[in-house]
Write a protein that binds this ligand. Sequence first.
Ligand code: SF4
Length: 343
Amino acid sequence: MTRKVKIGKITIGGGEKIAVQSMTNIKTSDIDATVAQLAALEKAGCDIARCSVPDNASAEALREIVASTSMPIVADIHFDYRLAVKAADAGAAKIRINPGNIGDESKVEYLAKYLKEREIPVRIGVNGGSLDKKYKNIPLAEAMCESALEHVSLLEKHGFYDIVISVKSSDVVNTVKAYRLLASKCDYPLHVGVTEAGIYEKGLIKSAIGIGSLLCDGIGDTVRVSLTDDPVKEVYAAKEILKAVNRYDGAYAEVVSCPTCARTCIDVQGIATQVEEYARKLDKSVKIAVMGCVVNGIGESEGCDVGVAGGKDKSVIFREGKIIATVPNSEILNALIKEIDRI
Ligand code: SF4
């Protein structure tokens, strides 16, 4: 079991709910745009959001940004410990910084003391693409793990233990290996993700394999899906990954639909898409099936609470495998939604 770390109002680690994270992808100094994007992330179900703080203007903007949202905001800092101090003053709930990159020991000591007094945790985020040269002869997974633990020891030396770690690479296999290794060597909570995963479809697959594999191993206390796309999609993707590995905390509706074949009688794709949109708003546990034919549809929907199986002009609505109504194909969506609402 990992230790618990508090990030503002959210606690991660120690068996707490796995928190979904995302990151704004616009200039943090553009307060209005950042506030709007954070609102969209929060509405989508994001628990913790990160903003880059590359300069003073961003650090200063953070105060208003933090005040605008109820999500804990993580300030992403590279190299400059003074920006970390400014972000902490502005209300950041966590600082992402690698202490080995901020200069001499006195700076690490100062920052560790400053953040400890304010109970602000640090995420050490090792990225496989920017490892120190001294690791170049070590296999990537081992190198990422070793680098992370070296950053950790710099903070521990100054009595700082409020640490979250990530070891991300764009290579899924090495990312998984690195996290497994890290989980066997420390009990700090792990922020899991595959970095620079790519544009939507590719990023989804890489993230689902990487994050999903780790979650199946019981590794991961908070997740971030990285997509070259709207960050709101990262939140939806993260939630789907959690659901797929039975780690989603809370009730939700699941839609299953058949792949369609020569027996298909109805617009399975169109209906399933609309049902999915409806189901996303539900916070009750219900499994819904959209199946293309009555021949196999009902039998193959075992375990579903409610569903439709298509027929030539009329289709059947069923509950727990038993037909309860026959409706014209133009009425499928309405009839199905009515039944879903009854559950
Ligand atoms: S449920 Fe029917 S239509 Fe869908 S794939 Fe199976 S056999 Fe084909």
